[in-house]
Design a protein around this ligand. Structure first.
Ligand SMILES: [Zn+2]
Length: 97
């Protein structure tokens, strides 16, 4: 069973827009293009060599150092410490801009 089907963003039809993740992560983090990915030092653990990858194809991020991963909503929730509802509201605003 695919848990993505039950993601609230699927229900409100926003998840297909989550390719905004690159734009979103680029604001607080100095993302560098690295092949088909973007990389930066992970905001969720201390590191000097970037192991935080943003993957535009899957619209997700993944840190190979601490294992943090998810989509645009997960990033907002983890990075800005928002609730799911707050993160969805913020994503809606970002998508309108
Ligand atoms: Zn990390």
């Amino acid at each position: 069973m695919n848990t993505e089907d039950h993601h609230p963003l699927v229900r409100i039809g926003l998840i297909k827009h989550c390719d905004i993740i690159v734009e979103m992560v680029k604001k607080p983090l100095p993302l560098k293009k690295h092949g088909v990915y973007y990389i930066a030092c992970c905001p969720f653990h201390d590191e000097k060599t970037p192991s935080f990858f943003v993957m535009p194809q899957t619209k997700t991020y993944h840190c190979f150092g601490c294992g943090a991963s998810g989509n645009a909503i997960d990033f907002l929730m983890a990075y800005e410490k928002l609730s799911l509802e707050e993160a969805i509201e913020k994503l809606k605003i970002l998508l309108v801009k």
